[in-house]
Design a protein around this ligand. Sequence first.
Ligand code: ZN
Length: 151
Amino acid sequence: MAESTECVFCRIVRGEAPAHVVAESPLSLALLDVRPLAAGHCLVISRRHEVWWHDLTAAETADLFGLARRVARRLKRACRPDFVATYARGRRIPHVHLFLVPSFAGDPLDRHFNALEGWQEGADALAALADPARRAEVAARLAAEPDEEAP
Ligand SMILES: [Zn+2]
């Protein structure tokens, strides 16, 4: 994709928009997110405009993740989180950016991922309930229960 004049990350790369840049590498920049989920929340962006991280070149990908690792290790020392979570999107700002979020047990990101994991595990629990043998067993128990008079 051609470099966009409207893209805020491209403007930051060109020095045309302000940012708290915390580290650089030949093909990537790391900067503080303007809407942090935690103190120290950084974004690692490619210098070249591309929407999805998997469309970067192999060299750009290695550089991006190498810088992410360097910054995550700094965050671990500077902010003392349990760990540094990472994920990549590209929907809100369509320019490659890895999120580096210092994560603590019970913080909003931790609760978000716990909810996602609960949803994944819940699908298995619901599938087990839908099993025909399990449903027949529950139906037999329910049918065998006598009616009670309402109090
Ligand atoms: Zn861009």
